[in-house]
Design a protein around this ligand. Structure first.
Ligand code: ADP
Length: 707
C-alpha cells in the first residue's frame, strides 16, 4: 500500500465515523455476552433434558468462538482508540499537514490492524483463502498452507489448479456463471490434492469479493469433513451389505428407510419400492395392527417379537423383529429402528418337525405294547400312555426318574444296563410285576439299543407286553390236557373197581341172612366201607366223565340261598355266619343239581377251613354281573391257602386234610362240572388271610350266542 493510500484511508476515518465504529464494537461485545449466555444456557438445558441430539458441541463451540471474537474486538478497540487520538491531534492542528512521525505512527497502527486480522484468520481451523476470478490465490490462512504443505509465500500468487487435481478447472468454470449471479455458494466438494492420492471432502462456503459492484474474486471457507464422510460411507456400506433387514419406521409403521436386504426378503427389487408401501400394504392380514409400528402400551426399550409381513407375491414372511423406540425429549416415540431376520423357512421346518414328532408319538402311543425309552443316564425319557393299562399310573410318574428310583422289574433293569453299557444290542426277558390295582402281571420285554443321528449309542428302547392272559391260557391248556389224561386213566380204574365192589356188596348182602350176630356186625362194617369205596369210585367217574348238564334257566342267587338252607344246621352248629347279599344278577343256563353240588362243596370247604383255626367265622358270598358272565365269590376267614399249595388244589386227590376227612376230589369235580357249563373256578389268597373262590358262569344270552 502506497503512502497516499494510507493517508486516504486514514482521512476517510472521520471522528464521527470512528465513534460509530466504536459503539458498533460495544454492540458486538454485548452480542458476544448474549451468545455466551445462550451457549451456557443450552448446555444446562441439554443436561437437564438429556437431549437425544449432541447439543453439547454447540455451547463449547460458542464459547470458543466468543473468546476468539472477544480477542479480536479487544485488538480492534485498541486500534480504534489509537486512531481516534491521532485524528484528534490532526484535527487540533486544523488543516496542517501531518508530521512524518504522525504518519509513521498511523502506518504502524494500520499494519498492526492487518496483522491481527491475519492472526484471527490463521487461528481458524477451517481452510480459508481468497481467489481472483482467474483462479489465482490472493491470500491463504495457516490451515490452507498446512493442507498444501507449503509456506504462505509459495502459495499466494499461484493458480489453484497447481495444487488441486480435482475438481478440474473446467468443472469450476461450468458453475461460475451461477455463482457470479448469486454471489454466494455453499456445498460439499470432493477434492483430490496433487500432493496426495486421497479424496478429501470439504464443506465449503464461497462469498463473492465485490469491488465497485463487480465480482472480482471469491473468499472460500472450507471445512474438512473427510473423516465424517468416511464414517458415513462405512455405515452406509454396512447398512447395505448386511444380510439382515434393517429399517427405520414411523410410529404408525410406515417405512422411513430400509436396506436392500429387506427389499429382497420381501420379494422387491429395490428398497425404494418398499419405502413406497403403506403400513397396510406391508401387513399380512387386513385389519392387522401395523406390523412395524407401535405395539402395546410401552413403546420404549428394546422389543423382540415375531411379526408377519406381506411379500410382494402376497405370501406371508415371518420375521424376528429386534427394534428400539427412539424418543423425543418428552418421551414420545419419534421412530422405531431395528433389524428383521427372516425366520419363515425356519418356522416351516419347525412346523414340519413338530408334525413328524406328533406322528411318531401317535405311532408309539397307538402301539399295543408299553414303550419305554431309557437314556444313558438310566432315566426314563419316554413312557407311552399304554402304561395306564399295563401297569396303572401315568407316564409322568416315571418320566425323568432313574430306573432305580422306580419299582420296575430287576430283570428289565439288568437287561437295559447291559444294552446301555454297549455289551448287547438286543435282548428279551419275561418278568412278573405288580399292577397298581394289586394284581400280579406277567410281562415280556424286548429291549434294543437306541442310536442318535451320529450313530452313537444314546439309550435303550423297551417294548413291553402284558402276557398274563396268554400265560393263563397256556397254563389252562396244559392243565386241561393233564386233567384229560388223568380223567381217562381214573375212568379206567373206576370201571375196573366198580365191578368187584358191586360183587362185594352183593355177596355181603347175601351173607347177612345166614350170618351170626357177630359176623353180621362185621359184614355191616364191610358193607359200609365198600359203599364208601363205591362212592369214591362214583366221584371218580363223575370227575372223569361228568354227565351232560341240563340247560335250564337258573337264578344263581336263588340256588345259593337253597344251598345255604340245606346246610343251615351244620353251619349253625359250627358258629359260621353266612354274609350273603343277594343282588339281582342275570340268569345262567345250567343244571341246578350239579351247580348246587359245587356251591355245597365250597361252603363245606370254607366251614372246614374256619374250624381248622377258630371256633367261629364268616363266609361272605357275593354275586356280580360282568360283561358276559355272572361271578360268584366265596370269601372265608379260615386258615387260607398257602402260596405253595395254591397251584395244586384243583388236582384230583390233592388234599391237605387228614385221612378220612378229605378225598381231594371236591374241587376237581367242581372244576369238571363248571367246564361242562362253559364256566370256570379260581382260587386266590384272601386279603384278610382266608381263601377266595370265584365261580364264573356264562349268562343265558352269552351261552346261546356261544352255542
Ligand atoms: P378235600 O376237601 O377233600 O381236601 P378239595 O378238592 O375240596 O378236597 O380241596 C382240596 C384242598 O384245597 C383242600 O385239602 C384244602 O387244602 C384246600 N382248600 C379247599 N377249600 C379251602 C378253603 N376254603 N380254605 C383253605 N383251603 C381250602
Amino acid at each position: 500500500m502506497s503512502e497516499k493510500n494510507k493517508a486516504d484511508s486514514t482521512s476517510r476515518r472521520t471522528p464521527g465515523h470512528l465513534e460509530r465504529e466504536e459503539s458498533q464494537l460495544w454492540r458486538w461485545a454485548l452480542m458476544f455476552l448474549v451468545l455466551l449466555a445462550t451457549g451456557l444456557a443450552a448446555l444446562a438445558w441439554d443436561r437437564l433434558q438429556d437431549f437425544p441430539y449432541h447439543l453439547g458441541a454447540i455451547p463449547v463451540g460458542l464459547v470458543i468462538l466468543s473468546i476468539l471474537f472477544a480477542v479480536y474486538v479487544y485488538g480492534r478497540r485498541r486500534e480504534v482508540s489509537e486512531l481516534k487520538s491521532l485524528l484528534h491531534d490532526l484535527e487540533e492542528r486544523s488543516g496542517a499537514a501531518p508530521s512524518p512521525e504522525q504518519l509513521d505512527q498511523l502506518s504502524q497502527v494500520i499494519s498492526r490492524s492487518q496483522k491481527s486480522f491475519k492472526e484471527l484468520i490463521d487461528s481458524l481451523e477451517d481452510a480459508a483463502f481468497a481467489l481472483s476470478l482467474d483462479g489465482t490465490l490472493r491470500t491463504v490462512n495457516r490451515s490452507m498452507s498446512d493442507l498444501l504443505h507449503l509456506p504462505y509465500a509459495e502459495i499466494v500468487g499461484r493458480k489453484l489448479d497447481e495444487f488441486v487435481e480435482e475438481p478440474v478447472r473446467a468443472e469450476i468454470e461450468a458453475n461460475l456463471g451461477r455463482f457470479l449471479e448469486k454471489r454466494h455458494w455453499a456445498g460439499l466438494v470432493n477434492v483430490r490434492l496433487k500432493n496426495s492420492t486421497r479424496v478429501l471432502y470439504f464443506d465449503c462456503t464461497l462469498n463473492a469479493i465485490v469491488k465497485d459492484d463487480e465480482v472480482v474474486g471469491t473468499s472460500v471457507l472450507a471445512r474438512d469433513v473427510t473423516s465424517e464422510r468416511e464414517k458415513e460411507t462405512r455405515f452406509t456400506e454396512l447398512f447395505e451389505t448386511l444380510q439382515e433387514g434393517i429399517y427405520f419406521s414411523s410410529p404408525e409403521g410406515k417405512l422411513l428407510d430400509a436396506n436392500s436386504a429387506l427389499a429382497t426378503m420381501l420379494g422387491y427389487e429395490t428398497k425404494e419400492q418398499i419405502l413406497a408401501l403403506s403400513p397396510e400394504q406391508l401387513s399380512f392380514s387386513t385389519g392387522q395392527a401395523a406390523a412395524l409400528g407401535n405395539v402395546g402400551k410401552s413403546p420404549s426399550g428394546v422389543r423382540q417379537r415375531e411379526i408377519t409381513l406381506r411379500r410382494k407375491d402376497g405370501a406371508a414372511a415371518i420375521f424376528m423383529d429386534t427394534s428400539r423406540a427412539i424418543l423425543d425429549g418428552y418421551g414420545n416415540v419419534i421412530r422405531y429402528q431395528g433389524t428383521l431376520v427372516d425366520v419363515t423357512q425356519r418356522r416351516g421346518i419347525e412346523k414340519k418337525l413338530r408334525e413328524q414328532e406328533r406322528f411318531q408319538r401317535y405311532l408309539l402311543e397307538s402301539f399295543p405294547d408299553l414303550i419305554l425309552v431309557i437314556g444313558l443316564d438310566e432315566s426314563y425319557q419316554f413312557v407311552s400312555s399304554r402304561i395306564r393299562d399295563v401297569l396303572g399310573g401315568k407316564p409322568e410318574d416315571l418320566l425323568g426318574k432313574k430306573v432305580t428310583e422306580t419299582e420296575h422289574a430287576p430283570e428289565l433293569i439288568a437287561l437295559c444296563r447291559e444294552i446301555l453299557a454297549g455289551r448287547m444290542t438286543f435282548g428279551a426277558c419275561e418278568y412278573g410285576i405288580r399292577h397298581s390295582d394289586g394284581s400280579w402281571r406277567m410281562m415280556r420285554a424286548s429291549v434294543s439299543a437306541l442310536h442318535d443321528a451320529e450313530r452313537a449309542l444314546s439309550g435303550a428302547i423297551a417294548s413291553i407286553r402284558d402276557i398274563t392272559i396268554e400265560r393263563k391260557f397256556e397254563a389252562q391248556v396244559i392243565e386241561s390236557e393233564r386233567l384229560a389224561a388223568m380223567g381217562q386213566m381214573i375212568g379206567g380204574f373206576a370201571h375196573e373197581l366198580n365191578n368187584p365192589l358191586t360183587s362185594i356188596l352183593g355177596m355181603a348182602d347175601l351173607l347177612q341172612d345166614t350170618a351170626s350176630d357177630e359176623t353180621r356186625k362185621q359184614l355191616t362194617t364191610l358193607q359200609h366201607e365198600a359203599r364208601r369205596a363205591a362212592e369214591v369210585v362214583q366221584n371218580l367217574l363223575y370227575f372223569s366223565r361228568p354227565p351232560a348238564p341240563g340247560r335250564n334257566p337258573i337264578d344263581p342267587g336263588e340256588l345259593i340261598e337253597r344251598t345255604i338252607h340245606l346246610h343251615t344246621y351244620s353251619l349253625r352248629k359250627n358258629n359260621i355266619t353266612i354274609d350273603f347279599l343277594r343282588e339281582p344278577v342275570r340268569l345262567v343256563s345250567g343244571d341246578a343239581h350239579q351247580l348246587m353240588q359245587i356251591f355245597l362243596n365250597l361252603v363245606r370247604n370254607a366251614e372246614q377251613a374256619i374250624r381248622e383255626t377258630r371256633d367261629r367265622g364268616t363266609l361272605r358270598i357275593r354275586c356280580s354281573n360282568s360283561s358276559q358272565a355272572v361271578s360268584i365269590t366265596f370269601q372265608d376267614d379260615g386258615a387260607g391257602i398257602s402260596a405253595e399249595v395254591l397251584p395244586y388244589i384243583f388236582d384230583p386227590f390233592y388234599t391237605t386234610k387228614r385221612p378220612g376227612r378229605g378225598t381231594g376230589l371236591g374241587l376237581s369235580i367242581c372244576k369238571a362240572i363248571l367246564r361242562e357249563h362253559g364256566g370256570g373256578i379260581e382260587a386266590t389268597l384272601g386279603p384278610g388271610g382266608g381263601a377266595v373262590f370265584t365261580v364264573t358262569l356264562p349268562t343265558m344270552k352269552a351261552q346261546t350266542s356261544h352255542a
